[in-house]
Design a protein around this ligand. Structure first.
Ligand code: MG
Length: 245
């Protein structure tokens, strides 16, 4: 039996060698199928043609509060603004991996609000992993809690804040984690964050939930909504869209 296998192996060897080395024509390394589908790119506030629009300034229909009711946040002049004390809000839709575009503005506040108290909100990816929103323009706080941080985990590479009262953009590319049947993590979530066109997180591994106190926690989950944080400050949002990946 062994000798038969050996003979068969020896017989195949030149073919394997041939297959690996005989890439001499340009066509042999061309991939034609499947053809990537066509997407019309966005233009300014207009999202790409295949984006799921979460908020375009006209209604809060994309969101719910924690009880599934319409959120009490303010919709005024095309902006969605946190109503302090009314609680976080969630997208009605759930997502796995995605590309997210979101624009936010911290209000012009009195300068006696400092650190984490000045313009705090946040975007919880899959309801668990917070990309911090904060007025980090000339406002020092712990680095892994400033704008663009993965909260209490990873500081942003740089501080790309526009001044207080100006609009900020986040473009976030997120890879959802995978879990084994026993609930342990097989592959962690990863995130890239571009703040005002500047990379502040580059394929950063997310270590688990972003806890205020204590280490990150790992708990298996599937698709989940996006959550926006009510931290008591009247942060405004506009042009929120997602492309599931
Ligand atoms: Mg926050």
């Amino acid at each position: 039996m062994k000798s038969v296998l050996l003979a068969f192996g020896l017989f195949l060897f030149p073919f394997i060698l041939f297959a690996q080395t005989d890439l001499t024509k340009p066509e042999q390394t061309e991939q034609w199928e499947p053809e990537p589908r066509v997407v019309k790119p966005g233009n300014g506030p207009k999202p790409p043609s295949d984006a799921v629009v979460i908020f375009d300034g006209t209604s809060l229909d994309g969101f719910r509060d924690k009880n599934g009711n319409p959120p009490k946040w303010e919709l005024k002049e095309g902006l969605l603004t946190v109503k302090g004390g009314s609680g976080d809000i969630w997208t009605k839709a759930s997502f796995g991996s995605f590309q997210l575009h979101i624009e936010w503005r911290t209000p012009i506040e009195s300068l006696n609000l400092k650190g984490q108290g000045r313009g705090n909100s946040g975007i919880f990816l899959q309801d668990r992993y917070e990309v911090q929103i904060l007025n980090s323009y000339e406002n020092r706080t712990y680095a892994n809690g400033q704008a663009g941080s993965i909260y209490k985990q990873t500081p942003p590479l740089v501080n790309a804040m526009n001044p207080m009262g100006e609009w900020q953009t986040y473009d976030i590319i997120y890879t959802a984690p995978t879990f084994r049947a026993n609930g342990s993590m097989l592959t962690p979530p990863y995130v890239t964050v571009i703040h005002n066109g500047v990379v502040v997180q580059n394929h950063t591994e997310i270590q688990g939930t972003t806890e205020y106190i204590g280490p990150p926690l790992i708990k298996a989950h599937g698709e989940a909504p996006l959550r926006l944080q009510d931290h008591g400050n009247p942060i405004s949002f506009r042009n929120i869209w997602i492309r599931p990946l």
